[in-house]
Write a protein that binds this ligand. Structure first.
Ligand SMILES: [Zn+2]
Length: 201
């Protein structure tokens, strides 16, 4: 986090250590054994957008290790937000079609095209085509939810951690105002958005 004496724009090199930093910190707090047993399955479920399973593991983790409540708060909030969204006819149709396809015979599978993978957007909660979280650029429109248009809609534990959000915030990686408003509300920051444009004295 900036202390007012340095620029407030994240460095590109920060991204390389992001997942390691956010995961390493929580594993260090909870311990390797417990982490493997209750947290790791939650992180895996979260990264494949299985919000319900992820939420149950994160809740269990916080109950066993309350020190992690701050670290897991962003993920828990996202899971709760998605799970509270009422699914539309399109969402239900996608789920039913995929389930039917999975249970059809190999002959039927040969005849029908596999459904392109969709996951529930971490912002609006509706299905959107899967795009890897580190692929493309949201400000160029190459990694956005097809429904709410917000950037990087697929959940990813590292990106959605406090560190990941801070990276996006200080690098101005997404274009929607909601992201910055939510971040400022959540983390109580009062940034000077023009700081990085000013000449050093
Ligand atoms: Zn969306």
């Amino acid at each position: 986090m900036p202390d007012g004496t340095v620029g407030t724009r994240s460095m590109k090199s920060d991204i390389e250590t992001l997942s390691v930093r956010s995961l390493a910190r929580v594993v260090q707090t909870i311990g390797v054994d417990l982490g493997k047993r209750i947290l790791r399955p939650g992180v895996d479920a979260y990264d494949r957008a299985d919000y319900e399973v992820a939420l149950s593991h994160f809740t269990e983790t916080v109950a066993s290790c309350p020190q992690l409540s701050e670290d897991l708060r962003p993920h828990i909030r996202i899971c709760e937000r998605v799970l509270s969204v009422v699914q539309t006819d399109d969402d239900i149709l996608y789920r039913v079609s995929v389930a039917a396809w999975k249970h059809s015979s190999w002959l039927m599978k040969l005849r029908r095209r596999a459904y392109a993978l969709q996951v529930r957007c971490k912002y609006c909660g509706h299905y959107t085509p899967y795009v890897a979280p580190d692929h493309g650029f949201a400000y160029l429109g190459s990694n956005n939810c097809k429904r709410c248009k917000r950037g990087y809609p697929v959940p990813e534990f590292g990106w959605d951690s406090m560190d990941g959000q801070a990276y996006i915030y200080y690098r101005h990686s997404v274009t929607e105002d909601e992201f910055y408003a939510e971040f400022e509300q959540e983390y109580d920051v009062y940034p000077d958005h023009t700081h990085f444009m000013k000449k050093s004295e």
